[in-house]
Structure formats: structure tokens, C-alpha cells
Design a protein around this ligand. Sequence first.
Ligand SMILES: N[C@@H](CCC(=O)N[C@@H](CS)C(=O)NCC(=O)O)C(=O)O
Length: 210
Amino acid sequence: MKLHGYFRSSASYRVRIALNLKGLSAEHLSHHLRKGEQRAPDYLAINPQGFVPTLQGEGGAILTQSLAIVEWLNEAHPTPPLLPTDPMSRALVRAFAQVVACDIHPVQNLKVLARLRELGLSEEKVTEWAAWANREGLIACEKLIANEAGPFCFGDAPTIADLCLVPQLANARRFGVDVAAFPRLLKAEAAAKALKAFADAAPERQSDAE
Ligand SMILES: N[C@@H](CCC(=O)N[C@@H](CS)C(=O)NCC(=O)O)C(=O)O
């Protein structure tokens, strides 16, 4: 398999964690987002949105959208499972993951922040926007798992929720959010980061890290 990504991309980070948890290897192909390499014509041919990640899977299939990739990996390689078994618990995990992947991340990604600059927002206001988006979403995430014993987001093993949370907390810190306000999220993050699969997927451990 080939994973098209970028060390600092939180959506790529989700897929790197999933691959590691499943014990799968992939060739990592870096696209420098700040240099705009995600918009090169040959890359747009495989990912028309100009986003990373893209996974070129077994048999050459091209998969986009990190959560779709992670769900495919989980179905094609069921062990260890990244979702609980009963339907209600699966829905709760997916809901948490979607707060991050559908409601926080998209409004603070590079393309959106670049557009805000084009529309005249100062660098300070752009950072304020990104911090706001992260803080608002993480407040909800904290509440969603407040009554979950953990130590992971849901239970004693990582799920898709943790795959989304850990990269998003990294983004939140980059935008200056005081994450100490989220003790339950930090508990899940600590449990996750203690696992080699998460540690090896960290941005600073990637070969394209700057
Ligand atoms: N929903 C997509 C989001 C992908 C995405 O936004 N990727 C970012 C990096 S984390 C990207 O490629 N940004 C490039 C840009 O904004 O131009 C997914 O989960 O795969």
C-alpha cells in the first residue's frame, strides 16, 4: 500500500495510527502542503479534492477521506477492532469521531485558513478563528465522554474516536488552545500516546518532519 500524506496533516495522522494498530505497513509519500504540492495535476488525478491522505490500497484501489480509509482498514483487517461490537456503542464512537472530523477539522484546515487570509483577515484573526473552532468542538468532545471510564475515549482499547482525538489535540495546541481545560480528553490522549502505534504515527516521527 501507499499512503499519500504529510507529517503535520492530522487527517493523515489518523490513517497512520490505524495502519500501525493493524500492524500494516505502507510506503509513505509526502506532499508538502505549504508548498501546494497537493494541488499538482498528477495528485489531483487520484484525489480530486487536493487533500491528503489518499491510500492506494491492496490491488491498486484508490481511497480518499481518512474516515472512509480507516473504516475500510478496519473491515479488511478486523484485528484489533477499532469499533465496539454492539450497534449503539459503534454509533457513539462514530459520533465522537465525526465531531472532530466533520465539525472541527474542516473549518480549520489549511485551505479554509488560506481563504480567510485572502478575504482580508489578519494572521491574528485567522489563528483566533482556528482556536475557536478547536475549542468549541473539544468542549463538546469532553462532555461526550465525561461519563466514560476509559482510559481511552470509549473503554480500555483505542477506537476510531481516539484516532481522531489525538491528532486534533495536536492541532488545538498549535493554535494556542489551553487543552488543560479538557481533563477527560487528556486522559484518553495519554493512554493512546503510551501505545507504540500512536507514538510511531506522531508528526515529529515522520521522515518528512521539519
Ligand atoms: N475530510 C478529509 C480532510 C482532508 C484534509 O483536510 N486534509 C488536509 C490536511 S489535514 C489537507 O490536505 N489540506 C490541504 C489544503 O487545505 O490545501 C479527510 O478526512 O481526509
